[in-house]
Design a protein around this ligand. Structure first.
Ligand SMILES: NC(=O)c1ccc[n+]([C@@H]2O[C@H](COP(=O)([O-])OP(=O)(O)OC[C@H]3O[C@@H](n4cnc5c(N)ncnc54)[C@H](O)[C@@H]3O)[C@@H](O)[C@H]2O)c1
Length: 244
């Protein structure tokens, strides 16, 4: 029970990987804000976790909504110790080229998938005290030529390093996790079975990951066991990418 008396906000916790993080944090004693734009799914997750969880509707791409999320977390639980910036436009994302994608869509995508992590961080940091921690959800796509999805994740990696340097003095650590291909409602939608089979053959560990494969790393990065670790993005990817 590493997180007893602690309060965590997990964005995009209405399904998939974020849901896994929220459940894992609650299982170790944290009170959890399940923050998502999808009311039905977010309410489902909070209800299934029970008294330790509250659903808060948020659009992470809107700074005012991120501020309101922080205020709701404080009024529900009185403090904010951890933020997991996991929300992203993913399940229904358009698949187009950087040179041709509609600019209005691209701007909205970057607002949510990149700036959203900064808006939520800015909203919670004034309420955090020394010992607090933030984990940003990156992706192995950050190191691949993967269009605007990878562009946003490369930006997430930069945010992680820069915010770690900026917030270290205040005792706030900032790290990232870069998952490889992970089985979620999103990838079940996006990836045809034949693609999944050929892609998993290229991994060192030849299967898709699960939210349960990722959660232990996020919990470690948030916990005091990682007290001298900040500014890092750790790949949890079945050996998809080897960076020397
Ligand atoms: N699944 C993978 O293979 C994989 C791999 C690497 C990284 N990731 C990253 O992990 C995270 C979660 O992925 P997933 O597969 O669970 O995706 P998902 O699409 O299943 O879940 C994303 C969640 O974010 C929410 N969301 C979307 N826009 C939002 C907004 N503006 N404000 C608040 N919430 C919003 C959705 O409602 C949903 O609940 C994303 O950041 C994704 O980029 C996923």
């Amino acid at each position: 029970m590493r997180f007893e008396d602690k309060v965590a906000i997990v964005t995009g916790a209405g399904q998939g990987i974020g849901e896994g993080y929220a459940r894992a944090l609650a299982a170790e004693g944290a009170r959890v804000v399940v923050a998502d734009i999808n009311v039905e799914e977010g309410e489902r997750v909070a209800k299934e976790i029970g008294d330790a969880a509250r659903f808060v509707k948020v659009d992470v791409g809107d700074p005012a909504s991120a501020e309101a999320m922080a205020a709701s977390a404080l009024s529900a639980f009185g403090r904010i110790d951890y933020l997991v910036n996991n929300a992203a436009i993913f399940q229904n994302m358009r698949r187009e080229g950087l040179a041709t994608v509609d600019l209005e869509y691209l701007n909205k995508f970057l607002q949510v998938n990149l700036m959203g992590a900064l808006y939520c961080t800015r909203a919670v940091v004034p309420h955090m005290t020394s010992g607090a921690a933030i984990v940003n959800q990156s992706s192995t796509a950050a190191w691949m030529a993967s269009g605007y999805y990878g562009l946003a994740k490369a930006g997430i990696n930069h945010l992680t390093a820069s915010l770690a340097a900026e917030l270290g003095d205040r005792g706030i650590r900032v790290n990232g996790v870069a998952p490889g291909p992970t089985d979620t409602p999103a990838t079940r939608d996006i990836m045809p079975e034949e693609y999944k089979a050929s892609m998993t053959r290229t991994l060192a560990i030849k299967r898709m990951g699960t939210p349960e494969d990722l959660a232990p790393m996020v919990l470690f990065l948030l916990s005091d066991d990682a007290r001298w670790l900040t500014g890092q993005v750790v790949s949890v990817d079945g050996g998809q990418l080897v960076r020397l």
